[in-house]
Design a protein around this ligand. Structure first.
Ligand code: CA
Length: 251
């Protein structure tokens, strides 16, 4: 099937699932880890090291599948499973700080290949970019704006520090829309993980999922993505045509 036909169908399916009359993108709500940065292997190593130190049983796969949750929520889930009780606020704070130390001790995560171009394409189409992340990892948050040519100033980012409900709750994306002053039918979300896709789709944004690691295409489609790309280079290459399909959609 020709790509433009796939994009047309994706927009039609989005309008059908949301009940909106049109899709007029004005803001892109973009996830950070595994989307802008190839940082997930480093996060997984940091989580595994923190868990080993605290005798919390955990697999790398579990870390990848819980991607998008806040650190506090991830720690609470580990405690419930391994110790049969919730983590205290103090434990969440201390263990997340420890995990952050293990993360920051590794070399800086590289940009995801194609991510810079993807962000530039949104901006060149007059679409404002907003960072929407469950991360509270200062070592990345401090450099994301300069790494992406000023696309994510403080006023245009939602982090773990802003929300009470992390992904898969739609709150982070709804807050991103509010920061950009747009409605859901004016918003595109870009995500790489199932919980993030669930959150984005539930917020009413058109949800682009990109395969950038071990999480399979089907898992992202099952989580509710409106379209799934096989890689970030494929995403940025397809983005101009996808935006055209959105802005010129007719049933
Ligand atoms: Ca992510």
């Amino acid at each position: 099937m020709h790509m433009n036909h796939i994009f047309h169908k994706a927009v039609s399916a989005y309008l059908q699932r949301t009940g909106y009359k049109r899709l007029a993108p004005a803001a892109a709500l973009i996830d950070m880890d595994g989307t802008l940065y190839d940082s997930m292997p480093r996060h997984a190593r940091a989580w595994m090291a923190m868990c080993a130190e605290n005798h919390l049983q955990c697999s790398e796969e579990e870390i990848f599948m819980s991607e998008g949750m806040t650190g506090a929520a991830t720690i609470d889930r580990l405690f419930l499973r391994c110790r049969g009780r919730h983590a205290t606020e103090q434990e969440k704070k201390e263990l997340y700080a420890r995990k952050s130390e293990f993360f920051a001790a590794q070399p800086a995560a590289p940009l995801m290949p194609g991510a810079l171009e993807m962000v530039d394409i949104f901006r060149s189409h007059g679409i404002n970019t907003v960072l929407v992340t469950g991360s509270g990892q200062l070592s990345l948050l401090e450099k994301v704006n300069s790494d992406f040519n000023g696309a994510f100033p403080d006023s245009m980012r939602v982090t773990a520090l802003d929300v009470s409900q992390g992904k898969p709750h739609p709150e982070p994306f709804l807050m991103g829309m509010s920061k950009a002053s747009v409605c859901p039918w004016q918003a595109i979300a870009v995500e790489n993980a199932p919980l993030g896709v669930q959150a984005a789709a539930a917020s009413g944004a058109f949800t682009i999922a990109v395969v950038t690691g071990p999480i399979k295409k089907q898992a992202l489609a099952d989580a509710g993505a409106d379209i799934v790309f096989n890689s970030m280079p494929e995403c940025k290459q397809s983005l101009p045509d996808l935006l055209y399909s959105m802005n010129n959609h007719q049933n």
